[in-house]
Ligand binder design. Structure first.
Ligand code: HEC
Ligand code: HEC
Length: 155
């Protein structure tokens, strides 16, 4: 009997305590103007959108080609894009498993063929050093004048 009353008593105490803490918290949020946010805005105000620091940004649209077989010119900077024995920065964006995410043009099928005509599943060694064929552009005055015109087929 004694045990039961003491248990009843402690349960009642707990209920009382919970009720009082509940009412305190509801008082604090309900009170209009009772709380002041440090940033001076409504607490419910929308958060500023977060940005993904690694998301690539498009700089320029692809440059028109001058003849059909031309390796397309590079429309972006390549300053820090290293190509080493173990890693090819260009493929970080231009590979078939990356281009959707990065918005880059995927390397074409021709880039998977070896010198002997064998088709590979990844970039062929003979296409590994991209800058052998693809070149970035600078907005500079031509040193020598020329009357170059694009090939008829794509003019
Ligand atoms: C950070 C991602 C990224 C890296 C790294 C990168 N590119 Fe690109 N590249 C792009 C995007 C995106 C485009 C599409 C045009 C644009 O938005 O600048 C593009 C366009 C191009 C084009 C033009 C394609 C066309 O259809 O005309 C060429 C060529 C190219 N890149 C070559 C390279 C080479 C070579 C390297 C390495 C030296 C390289 N890129 C590294 C993202 C990248
Ligand atoms: C031996 C010269 C050569 C090398 C090396 C080379 N390319 Fe190309 N690339 C070309 C030519 C030529 C074309 C246009 C014809 C074609 O699509 O094959 C081209 C086309 C492209 C295109 C456009 C594809 C399309 O569908 O329009 C991209 C992107 C590209 N190359 C990226 C690269 C990257 C990245 C590398 C290095 C990993 C590279 N290329 C290495 C010659 C080269």
């Amino acid at each position: 009997m004694k045990k039961i009353t003491s248990r009843l008593f402690s349960t009642a105490l707990m209920v009382l305590f919970m009720a009082s803490s509940l009412s305190v918290s509801s008082m604090a949020t309900a009170a209009d103007g009772g709380l002041k946010s440090l940033r001076g805005a409504e607490i419910q105000a929308q958060e500023t959108e977060t940005t993904d620091p690694f998301k690539g940004t498009r700089d320029t649209a692809p440059i028109e080609r001058n003849y059909v077989q031309q390796p397309p010119l590079i429309p972006h900077k390549v300053d820090t894009y290293n190509i080493t024995k173990n890693f090819n920065k260009c493929m970080d964006c231009h590979a078939w498993n990356r281009y959707k995410e990065t918005g880059a043009t995927k390397v074409s099928l021709t880039h998977f063929k070896t010198r002997e005509g064998q088709e590979l599943s990844n970039i062929s060694p003979r296409r590994y050093f991209c800058l052998q064929c693809h070149v970035p552009q600078a907005d500079a005055k031509p040193l020598v004048g020329n009357k170059f015109k694009a090939a008829e087929g794509i003019r």
